[in-house]
Every structure is written in structure tokens, then in C-alpha cells.
Design a protein around this ligand. Sequence first.
Ligand code: SF4
Length: 317
Amino acid sequence: MIKADNLSKIFYSGIFKKCYTKAVDNVSFEIEKGQTFGLVGESGCGKSTLGRLLLRLIEPTAGKVFFNGMNLFDIRKKELQRLRPKMQIIFQNPESSLNPRMKVYDSIAEPLRIHKVIRSREEEKERISNLIEMINLNPEHLGRYPHELSGGEIQRVVMARILTMTPEFLVADEPTSSLDVSVQAQILALMKELQHTLGFGCLFISHDLNLVRHMSDRIAVMYLGKFVEVANTGEIFKGAVHPYTQALLSVTLSSNSVSEEQRMTVEGEVASQVNPSSGCKFYPRCPRAEEICLELEPSLQDMGNGHLAACHLSDPG
Ligand code: SF4
């Protein structure tokens, strides 16, 4: 349903564009209908930029994105507007998606009115009351303003707004990062239930590998704009081969859940993405680095069963 093909985004700065940052670097993947593709990595690794590229909220430097076979960067504005309701996003900070001066009812009704998908006020009321029930809010919430709601309630209202358009594809960009842990669990359970009922495809972005595991069918681990490992969820947790994925697993899971072979710790900060040097981007932090890693950048290799990894020391097959 959604297919990214060699997608890249470079941000230029400085006089004569001498400085550049490769926020997304030659990334390809597909998301099927009803599937959740998890994207995990440290802050600033390009996850959100990739999410925005998939919806054409920003233009790429290179590459294509196909939505139901149509290249989003090739179509006219009018056609893109027609597709917009089918492709939605939940942002990190749900409050910013709602107008503070609009009551919940009007916030939910707004997309229905803009896209003229209802014929009468009665139909609008009925649709909104169904949606409210779907996202487990009470009718009394409809008369409130955003500042009168809790974080979890605001996220539910945002979801109701999105559902008015019956999306086929959803980007969930750290949708629960601003919520308490107990509320997080409720929102994620609701998202799963809605996906099961409505069948939309989803890109689930998070820096928390446990959340991504819970939500995703397939996971991509991103480091400095590149995918370093991509595999089905079970495969990542059983047989991660990239040192960075192994380091994420070592800090995420309890010590008995990680095999001796997989246990890995890395030190230091994420390197700057500005004017990156050649070789493996993980080289400065990798405890397994060898000379070749500094000279040659590894590309994603299929290790079998669609398990991809970009590391010179991985053994395909
Ligand atoms: Fe480490 Fe080398 Fe593999 Fe990069 S290619 S992750 S530096 S071992």
C-alpha cells in the first residue's frame, strides 16, 4: 500500500550550502494494508523526517513514495488533496493538533465539514456520537475545550478526528511519549483495536523498543538516517545481528532475555550528521569495529527470511 523507494532527505545550511545533514539516507521499504511497520532509533536519527516524507509533508531530495501505486511526488496538488484524508498522522504533542478555542465536538466535525463528507447536521451528530463511542469517550466530553481534558483524552480526540476520514494509512509519531505509562497502555490498546477493525496500515515511530515490539509486525532500526537492520518483530528480538540493535536490546530487555552473543553496550553520543565521513556511521561507537568499517559503508544484506542487516561482520545466509 505504501512503498518508499530509495528515499533521501538532505538539509543544507551555511554559505553556499557547504554544510549538509543527511536526515534520511537512501531508505526503501513497504507497508501492507493492516500491517504496522515499527521504526526505532535514538532522538534525531531521522525517524520523524521519514514519517513526514511518506505523507509528502516535506519534499525529498531523492527517491519516490508510492501510495496505492501512485508516486506522491509526481501527482498534482489537487490529486494530493484528494488523497490527504486517506493518509493521516498523529503527532508527538497531541495538544498542538487541536484548536484551543474550539470545543471537542467542532474539532472532530471540522474535517467532515472541510471535506464535505456529510449531508446534514443530523448525519454529522450521528457520525460523531459513533466515533466518540469507538474511542471510549463520553458524550459530555464533546462540550469541553482541550484545556479541560487530560492528556489521554486529548489523544483520543485526535484519534477521533483522524478516524472521521477513515484513513488507509497512518503515521503515529511517538503518539504516547507525552502520556503517563498507564494511559499509554490504554491508547496503544485502542490503536490496535481500531487498526484491527478498520484495517489501516501504520508506521509506528518510537525510541522505545518495547513499545515498537508491542505494536509492530516488522521493525526497522534506524541510525543516523539509515536503516541498519530490518526484520519481522520476532526475528529482531531473537536474532538481531547488528551491534546497534543488540545494544538497544541490551538496554531495553531484562538481562535474562538477551543471549550472551547478543549482549552489547555502546558508549558515547550519536555522531553529528553534518557532513558525515565515509565508512560505517556506527564506527565511532561500535565495540566490534574493524579497519574495513572505516573505509567502506556497509549496505543492507539479506540474511534470509527477509531479515536485512548492514554490517560487515554479519554473515548472510
Ligand atoms: Fe560495527 Fe563495522 Fe558492523 Fe559498522 S560495519 S556496525 S562499525 S562491525
